[in-house]
Design a protein around this ligand. Sequence first.
Ligand SMILES: NC(=O)c1ccc[n+]([C@@H]2O[C@H](COP(=O)([O-])OP(=O)(O)OC[C@H]3O[C@@H](n4cnc5c(N)ncnc54)[C@H](O)[C@@H]3O)[C@@H](O)[C@H]2O)c1
Length: 380
Amino acid sequence: MKQLRIGLIGYGFMGRTHSNAFTQVKNFFDLEYQPVLKAICARDEKNAKAFASKWGYESIETDWRKLIARDDIDVIDIAAPNNVHAEICIAAAKAGKMILCEKPLAMNGPEAEKILAAVTKAKVPNMVWYNYRRVPAVTLAKQLIDEGRLGKIFHYRAKFLQDWTINADLPQGGAGLWRLDAKVAGSGVTGDLLAHCIDTALWLNGNIDTVTATTETFVKQRKHTLTGKMEKVTIDDASLFLARFTNGSLATFESTRYARGHKALYTFEINGENGSLSWDLHDLHRLQVFDYKDESKIRGWKSVHITDGDHPYMKNWWVPGLQIGYAETFVHQVADFIQGLSSGKMASPTFKDGLATDYVTDAVLKSAKTKRWEKVKKVK
Ligand SMILES: NC(=O)c1ccc[n+]([C@@H]2O[C@H](COP(=O)([O-])OP(=O)(O)OC[C@H]3O[C@@H](n4cnc5c(N)ncnc54)[C@H](O)[C@@H]3O)[C@@H](O)[C@H]2O)c1
């Protein structure tokens, strides 16, 4: 098997999911390339060494520029906060590295355009880690829609609900809390949570033409971890928008970190003329399917357990009836990326798809300010 030498940047939440995926993928998928954990890069040397020893990285770097300069690295994998994605991506592209970048691709559309221009010029394979596309139930939803089983789509409805920032004493900024600081995150729930909903929606239901949005910041000031001072909160705590898709369907999207009782409730429902589909991250191995063509006296919603060999990805795992979970979506993403290298057809979502989502989040944030319907820019 050929080697795919990985240089990972960031050892937080996503650094762990990616490392796990690189390690697992060869055990479950037959691939031309095998990821090799070559180097972990993080600013804190002691922590980087501890992470390297735990996960089996061969070496460490404390400056991502040095990682990119190394000629024993094929893939730069970015699992660091959003404000460093662009600089790292552009430098990695110039150095001819393949790039895997966490979502959102950039702080905003114009920044993502520069990243896309850099990888296009360098002709380097690239992918954004919108991992929910690789939940087998979500991939099956895509297959059913593409087979035309739903017919004309009328409605798309998505939510991503959390409750972890309700406490006004929670500080903002710094390690673990950079998501509450727009200078690092770009935006609040719009770029963090709704970006996932938007990526899935664009994949399942095509382009969004226009949006109208409203956002709210419920806690106006929080102590900043880095300055120790009370500072204005610059992120959106909640973001809701209506959308019109190019295919004529109408949509609602809602995201908040103030939905008491919900930890990571990502749900979507799609209604078409011949049927509907509904999915829920807290029950991720099930797809709810309604097929209007069923015989009327037994017609109803079916809760399909997505664990059979003919369900997406499942033949690579255990035996029918046994479930997989969140971590495996990242394994699937690595497998698809590698299969893309072998076939010459890059796996989605590419940086082009990442830019498309950033254009939607830009339009949502703009509309929340202008209080008007805003047109979503199209990726050229
Ligand atoms: N795909 C998903 O479902 C998903 C889930 C969570 C986060 N994310 C995305 O992943 C990225 C990281 O999020 P996280 O939750 O892992 O954050 P985290 O805070 O857990 O980890 C971030 C890591 O980046 C490191 N870092 C920060 N600046 C750096 C720099 N200049 N050089 C090197 N390392 C640096 C930090 O030390 C830390 O190790 C973000 O872009 C986020 O939006 C995606």
